[in-house]
Design a protein around this ligand. Sequence first.
Ligand code: HEC
Length: 100
Amino acid sequence: MLKRCRALLFTLLSLGVFEPVIAAEMVDAEQLFKQKCALCHAIDKKKLGPAVNAMSRDVESLRETLMKGKNAMPGFADKLTGAEIDALVDYLIKKMGGVD
Ligand code: HEC
């Protein structure tokens, strides 16, 4: 039984099933946030944009705002990779204290 599990894990690993997770972890979201977002956003207070912990917790809406922008918020679709956007969305949600 244990042997079968190990074989399955090995197969999954060699198929690259876990690669997206590893790629997302390699992006330093905290650093990205400091470089690209901290100008207008703080975690717990309003600056030019809303505080992170007052933001929507909906992953799709966060991703959409990040890609396309919203009013005074610039879009980042051409400035960040998909993995960076995903990592930032994860980071924001973590800073809000998790998904509802
Ligand atoms: C030039 C200033 C500026 C920068 C830089 C900026 N934002 Fe914003 N952001 C804003 C403003 C202003 C709003 C409010 C837009 C509105 O609703 O009118 C906003 C809104 C948002 C929202 C939507 C909040 C909600 O509740 O839906 C998210 C998410 C967001 N910003 C994330 C980011 C992230 C992540 C970055 C860095 C990649 C970033 N912003 C960089 C100004 C900025």
